[in-house]
Design a protein around this ligand. Structure first.
Ligand SMILES: [Zn+2]
Length: 82
């Protein structure tokens, strides 16, 4: 019931560059978003946002990323989908 908030059971965070916000994916379930997201490390929402800022700065949507980070995003997606 509290799936949107509770992440202590192995849920993972992802930043979505299509929706421009953080997503929470539940452990053991397929990601419900099929757009341009990338997983970010962090046990809490704040940590996940900090990790996202560290890697991608203020970029909220895909178009705001420098070209070099498009590749990083694609690589990250490849690693996350294994
Ligand atoms: Zn999304």
């Amino acid at each position: 019931m509290a799936a949107e908030r509770g992440t202590e059971n192995g849920s993972s965070y992802a930043w979505c560059f299509s929706h421009g916000r953080l997503h929470v994916f539940q452990a053991g379930q397929d990601p419900w978003c099929t757009a341009e997201w990338v997983t970010v490390q962090g046990a809490t929402r704040e940590a996940a946002l900090a990790a996202k800022a560290e890697h991608f700065g203020d970029a909220q949507f895909f178009d705001e990323l420098p070209a070099g980070q498009h590749h990083a995003l694609i690589n990250a997606r490849g690693a996350a989908s294994r």
